[in-house]
Write a protein that binds this ligand. Structure first.
Ligand code: F6R
Length: 614
């Protein structure tokens, strides 16, 4: 969702800002804009509906000189996508420019009050209210800009990450955040600002993650100064960024999604690195060992998540209940946060989030914390808001995921959940040694097995051709494979816009089987597990009604192969990890169908990578 970039230093700001916006395109947006202060001190704003490329075309004939600027990609919340609603926004006197991520809930009250005081509004956005309010406070009280920003923020209800520049001031950006991320890059005589580290990584590896409620004065003359909304100065913690530029580029692949699918043998290695010993006899997650009692004595584990992360969480529920004998509940974060859940001391709440910025998951964390639960994060983005809001956690370490459709994060999440379940199970003594060692062995084999599946990607591409024009799909699985079926359906929906439903295979006869006819492709995950025979019966039920079966089977499968119309083979693993392997051909199937349909695979319509509004 919305992206922020800022620069102040000695370089030409415009190319840095535009490149940064391109790096943030993956977040999802519908308009883009930039504000610059020219060498003569003029404040100029250029913005347009559509892609960053359109902004570039629009600005081609304009004066884009200057060494300071802020830039934005907007994902519409208040007001339709339009040139007028695109950020940046001017203040009334056109001396201030602002960009904003998030939602200001009390904006209409503030807007009315400002209108009474003679302020006019040029857009339908909540953002314009912030910059007008700042100007109003400064004009009335005569205080400095940072002080006016601080006072204005105290009036706001909602979430924000903002950046402001002022006409005539070529050396300073004011930035602030609450429930929406902001990172400051510290270079030699220059500063960068962005919603995530992507736009900063090629210039400096020294970053400061602004904390919630913090306001930063980024000044070439005075350096970086951070205060909280009460005005107290807060210490600056410069961290070393671990991100390479190659991770942010397509590396020869036509899409980030395909690159990320093919990266999975490596990302699984990264996820287990340092956690499983070379002898493959021990798995240790420091977040678990350091909080041993919390897990061993947990009366319950609740996993809060959204979307793909919620699907991974469901697999986690099956694993933890089976291996640790602790009751587990998986909750949509958006429901959990508003339904007065029973939770408190003795509960472990696991927040599962690739981006670590999902607004609902963050709010669920805050609610659970306020009720005394122990919060454990499973995130990908290091230093993200959720990672920072938890008591402890385990990163999945799969590197930046840029394709909007989550792929390597899902397999990384399930891998970490398996390690977590094995580690807690051993601490509790609830799993046999043989089972434990077997689980570790299977984890260690995943990368080579994934590489084997990816080696047969062409066969999936051929299959995708056959089904490109299907109007509906059903995805089925049972046990550990049921969440993988949900995930397969979600992948297809979001990038190809084909309607798809995921179901537990046995549920079909309770209603959805009525949908089945010869036009209906049914993807079934039918790998060998404790209910393999039952799954075969479900396949026969669909086949008997004319459904076209695409089955994911073990390489040595005999029975399903005879019934299915098409099979995709995957190497045999334990039933807990079968969803990790099965999800790879499902990702490829969705990817190729979307490509054949000419869809914008990396930036599907209406979607945002990082959902920072509720
Ligand atoms: C689907 C997808 C989304 C995310 C969801 C949660 O491919 O990416 O469903 O899984 O928005 O995002 P995170 O994991 O960042 O909290």
């Amino acid at each position: 969702m919305c992206g922020i970039v800022g620069y102040v230093g000695t370089r030409e700001a415009y190319p840095v800002l535009v490149k940064g916006l391109h790096r943030l395109e993956y977040r999802g947006y519908d308009s883009a804009g930039v504000a610059l202060i020219s060498d003569g001190g003029e404040l100029k704003i250029y913005k347009s509906r559509g892609k960053v490329a359109e902004l570039e075309r629009f600005a081609e004939s304009k004066d884009v000189s200057g060494n300071i600027g802020i830039a934005h990609t907007r994902w519409a919340t208040h007001g339709e996508p339009s040139d007028a609603n695109a950020h940046p926004h001017y203040s009334e006197s056109r001396t201030l420019a602002i960009i904003h991520n998030g939602i200001i809930e009390n904006y209409s009250v503030l807007k009315k009050a400002l209108e009474v005081n003679g302020y006019t509004f040029r857009s339908d956005t909540d953002t314009e209210v912030i910059v007008q309010l700042i100007e109003y406070i400064r004009d009335v009280s005569g205080c400095s800009l940072p002080e006016a920003v601080r006072q204005a923020l105290r009036e706001l209800v909602g979430a924000y990450a903002i950046a402001i520049i002022e006409k005539g001031d070529r050396g300073r950006i004011i930035a602030a955040r609450k429930s929406s991320p902001l990172v400051v890059g510290v270079g030699e005589g220059e500063f960068f600002l962005a919603s995530d580290a992507g736009p900063i990584a090629e210039y400096t590896d020294r970053v400061v993650y602004l904390g919630d409620g913090e306001i930063a004065e980024i000044s070439l003359e005075a350096g970086l100064r951070v205060v909280d909304v009460a005005g107290n100065e807060t210490p600056i913690d410069i961290e070393q960024l671990q991100m390479s530029i190659s991770e942010l580029e397509k590396g020869g692949y036509p899409h980030f999604m395909l690159k990320e699918i093919f990266e999975q043998p490596k990302t699984i290695v990264d996820a287990v690195r340092g956690r499983i010993n070379v002898e493959e006899t021990n798995v240790a997650l420091s977040g678990v060992t350091d909080n041993r009692e919390r897990f061993v004595e947990a009366r319950r584990i609740i996993i809060v998540a959204c979307g793909t992360s919620w699907h991974a969480a469901l697999i986690g529920e099956y694993m933890i209940e089976e291996m640790c004998r602790i009751p587990v509940e998986v909750e949509y974060a958006s429901e959990f946060r508003y339904r007065d859940p029973v939770t408190g001391p003795g509960d472990v709440v696991i927040a599962m989030s690739q981006s670590g910025e999902t607004a609902d998951t963050l709010a669920a964390v805050e609610l659970a914390r306020s009720r005394g639960a122990f919060i454990f994060g499973i995130c990908n983005v290091v230093g993200s808001s959720i990672a920072r809001a938890t008591d402890s956690g385990a990163y999945i370490h799969v590197g930046p995921e840029i394709g909007v459709a989550s792929t390597k994060a899902f397999t990384g999440q399930v891998t970490v959940l398996m390690m977590l379940a094995l580690a807690i199970g051993r601490l509790k003594g609830s799993i046999r040694e043989e089972f434990y060692l077997d689980g570790i062995r299977h984890l260690c084999r995943l990368p080579e097995q994934m590489a084997e599946i990816l080696g047969r990607a062409d066969a999936v591409a051929d299959l995708a051709k056959i089904f490109t024009y299907a109007r509906n799909f059903i995805y089925l699985g049972r046990g550990y494979s049921y969440p993988a079926a949900l995930e397969g359906a979600l992948k297809l929906k979001e990038i190809s816009y084909i309607h798809a439903e995921g179901y537990p295979a046995a549920e079909m006869k309770h209603g959805p089987i009525a949908l089945v006819d010869s036009e209906m492709p049914v993807v079934v995950i039918a790998t060998t597990d404790r209910i393999y025979e039952k799954t075969i019966s479900n396949i026969r039920e669909i086949k008997a009604r004319g459904g076209r079966i695409i089955a994911i089977v073990d390489t040595d499968d005999v029975t399903v192969r005879e019934i299915a119309d098409h099979v995709i083979e995957i190497p045999r693993t334990c039933e807990h990890l079968a969803p990790v392997l099965a999800s790879v051909p499902l990702q490829l199937l969705a990817y190729y169908i979307a490509v054949y349909k000419g869809r914008d695979v990396d930036q599907p319509r209406n979607l945002a990578k990082s959902v920072t509004v509720e």
